[in-house]
Design a protein around this ligand. Structure first.
Ligand SMILES: Cc1ncc(C[n+]2csc(CCOP(=O)(O)OP(=O)(O)O)c2C)c(N)n1
Length: 236
C-alpha cells in the first residue's frame, strides 16, 4: 500500500510494476483514484500510462465530485448537480456543463480491458475484477460509480439504492470492452424514468422539468454512444 500525489498515481503505479518485473516478481499493481484524480488532476499521467500500455489495474472510484476536500465539482460531476463550487441560487443552477465520460475516453486509448461497475451489481463487478487481474498485456481500467450520500445529499443508508437506480435508469450503463470489443453486461429490460434516480438526492432537487429533460437527453446520448460501439462489433 502506497500513497502518492493526486497528479502522479498512474506514473507511480507504472514504476512499481516495472520494478517488480525487473526483479522477476509477478505482481498485480492496483491503483485507486477518485474522479478528481482520474478525470482532472491525474488525467495526463493516466493517459500517458494507458498509451504506453502499462500493465496496471486502474480503478476509478467515481463519486462525481472532489468529496474529501468539501464537495467541489469535478469533470465527472453531472449537468445540473449542486456542489459547493456549482451552487444553486439566483445566478447559478448547479453545474452548467456536461460531464466528461471517462470510461469511453479510456477505451479509445486502445486499452486491453475497460469496464464500468457499481457496488449494487457486485457479481458483475467481481467478474470484471477477475478479467482485470488476468490482463497481462496492458492496462485494465475499471470505472466504478461510487455513490456518496453525503455529497449527493441523501440519507446515509441509500448508497446501494443509488447504485441500483443509476443503472436501472441508464444513468450509469454497465459494459465492458475487451481489446476494443464492446459488450453490455447488464441492460435494464425497460429503463426506469430518470426521476427515480435523481429524486433520491438533494443535489438534483432544484431541477425543473426542462432541466431534467436536458439531463435525460445527455443520458440518452451517452447510452447511444456506448450501444454504437457494441453494434459496430455485430456488423463485422
Ligand atoms: C497535487 C494535489 N493537489 C491537491 C490536493 C488536495 N486534495 C486532496 S484530496 C482532493 C480531492 C480528491 O477528489 P477525488 O479524486 O474526486 O476523490 P474523493 O475525495 O472524491 O474520494 C484534493 C483536491 C492533493 N492532495 N494533491
Amino acid at each position: 500500500m502506497m500513497n502518492c500525489y493526486m497528479t502522479n498515481l498512474p506514473a507511480i503505479a507504472s514504476g512499481v510494476k516495472r520494478y517488480y518485473k525487473r526483479i522477476g516478481k509477478e505482481a498485480n499493481i492496483v491503483a485507486f483514484g477518485g474522479d478528481g484524480i482520474t478525470s482532472d488532476a491525474g488525467f495526463q499521467t493516466l493517459s500517458g500510462a494507458a498509451e504506453r500500455g502499462e500493465n496496471i489495474i486502474y480503478i476509478c472510484l467515481d463519486n462525481e465530485a472532489y468529496m474529501n476536500t468539501g464537495i467541489q465539482r469535478s469533470s465527472t460531476t453531472p449537468f445540473g448537480s449542486w456542489t459547493t463550487t456549482t451552487p444553486v441560487g439566483k445566478r447559478s443552477r448547479g453545474k452548467e456543463r456536461a460531464p466528461k465520460y471517462m470510461p469511453l475516453l479510456m477505451a479509445f486509448h486502445g486499452l486491453s480491458y475497460v469496464a464500468t461497475a457499481t457496488p449494487y451489481f457486485l457479481e458483475d463487478y467481481v467478474e470484471k475484477l477477475i478479467k482485470a487481474r488476468n490482463t497481462k498485456d496492458g492496462m485494465a481500467y475499471i470505472h466504478v460509480l461510487a455513490p456518496c450520500p453525503t455529497g449527493w445529499c441523501s440519507p446515509p443508508d441509500t448508497m446501494l439504492e443509488l447504485s441500483r437506480m443509476a443503472v436501472e435508469t441508464n444513468y450509469f450503463p454497465l459494459w465492458e470492452a475487451e481489446y476494443g470489443h464492446f459488450r453490455m453486461t447488464y441492460l435494464p429490460r425497460k429503463a426506469r424514468p430518470l426521476k427515480e434516480f435523481t429524486g433520491l438526492m438533494g443535489r438534483f432537487s432544484h431541477l425543473t422539468e426542462e432541466e431534467l429533460g436536458l439531463l435525460q437527453g445527455m443520458v440518452d446520448r451517452r447510452l447511444d454512444q456506448i450501444m454504437l460501439q457494441c453494434e459496430g462489433r455485430k456488423q463485422k
